[in-house]
Design a protein around this ligand. Structure first.
Ligand SMILES: Cc1cc2nc3c(=O)[nH]c(=O)nc-3n(C[C@H](O)[C@H](O)[C@H](O)COP(=O)(O)OP(=O)(O)OC[C@H]3O[C@@H](n4cnc5c(N)ncnc54)[C@H](O)[C@@H]3O)c2cc1C
Length: 315
């Protein structure tokens, strides 16, 4: 999106972050990572903060586990590459998800049957209002599907500065999701799983460097059994997954049934290989994306009586 912020400020240390928070007190603040889950709906009349802290260190170890603390600004995929290279497992299924460590703990990113919450031990954060530090245990982060306390009760109140992962030294590959198992040997290494995940993702998802997108635009809805039964009576082979509290139906399937796959509205397009992704086909304005998302939502509501909600953060 061709949008501007009043100020963009980057810091190299927690002390510098404290100084910036003091300096810009009273301004509208937005801390970003790579911006891969954001939709700027227009210019941002405030201060955009970004971390240039990009290291990781081992803070503890026992016979079974290793604790790795990573800085918020480290690219998550770089961390995963380094860990797989050392044979340390737990994050490999999250390979190639765009974005940085700090945001991954806000978003509880997930892919191929693994979520960040499965391996996050704790999160260190600074309170924006007074610069005090607090450590959140995994339970205190209140993780859910692409959700955490940082998106709800504490939205905009803390900057996550570090994330500590508790990773297993003994590799137990998680291969049950999709076609992952068929892409690796019987006894794969963490790096082999990482490479398989990357290969699969490259076939389905647009490269961020080539085609602007925010990844999956909508969350997959979880519907009551009667809503699912109603749809299953009308359509052949409805993909679905039993969940606590109902049945999850892939939003991509609902969108495809509504005929949106590959279609454009203004400069925005519903991606032809994965209809859950909305892309900037070249010259999209924020309104193009907003209008396309709204039109898709309205059609899904009309055809299935299901409300799909955006995963993307509208700013
Ligand atoms: C092609 C593509 C594929 C994707 N695939 C997946 C996928 O498979 N699974 C998945 O879960 N997601 C996926 N995503 C979404 C995205 O990668 C994740 O949401 C990621 O965590 C965003 O990271 P980011 O650094 O870009 O965060 P941003 O988009 O910059 O920020 C996301 C949110 O976190 C907040 N935030 C950022 N840093 C901090 C901090 N340090 N402290 C407090 N708040 C902060 C921001 O204010 C914002 O609300 C995909 C996106 C794209 C473009």
């Amino acid at each position: 999106m061709d949008v501007r912020a009043k100020v963009f400020a980057e810091y190299q240390s927690v002390e510098e972050l404290r100084e910036l928070l003091d300096k810009f007190r009273g301004e509208r603040l937005l801390h970003i990572g790579s911006g891969s889950n954001l939709l700027f709906t227009g210019d941002f009349n405030g201060v955009v903060l970004h971390s240039a802290m990009r290291r990781a260190r081992c803070t503890n170890e026992d016979a079974e586990y290793v604790w790795i603390e990573a800085d918020n600004g480290l690219v998550l995929d770089e961390l995963i590459d380094q860990l797989c290279d050392m044979g340390i497992s737990g994050l490999e299924n999250l390979s190639y998800i765009p974005g940085e460590v700090g945001a991954s703990a806000v978003q509880n990113v997930g892919a191929y049957g693994v979520e960040a919450k499965d391996v996050i031990d704790s999160v260190r954060a600074l309170k924006i209002s007074d610069g005090t530090e607090r450590i959140f245990t995994n339970a205190e982060c209140k993780y859910g599907y692409r959700d955490s306390i940082f998106k709800n009760d504490l939205r905009g109140l803390y900057v996550i500065t570090h994330v500590t992962y508790k990773l297993n030294k003994h590799f137990e590959p998680k291969l049950d999701y999709g076609n992952l198992r068929s892409e690796v040997d019987e006894h794969p290494t963490p790096m082999a799983v990482r490479e398989a995940v990357i290969q699969i993702r490259k076939q389905k998802l647009p490269e961020v460097s080539e085609l602007g997108s925010a990844g999956s635009f909508f969350k997959n809805p979880i519907v009551p059994h009667e809503v699912y039964n109603n749809i299953a009576a009308r359509y052949d082979r409805v993909p679905h997954f039993e969940q606590d509290g109902g049945i999850k139906i892939p939003a991509a399937w609902l969108i495809e049934q509504c005929g949106w796959k590959g279609k454009s509205l203004g400069g925005a397009r519903c991606y032809e290989k994965q209809p859950l992704v909305l892309v900037n086909a070249g010259n999209a304005t924020p309104d193009d994306i907003i209008n396309l998302a709204a039109a898709i939502c309205a059609d899904v509501k009309e055809q299935f009586n299901i409300t799909i909600n955006p995963e993307v953060n509208y700013i």
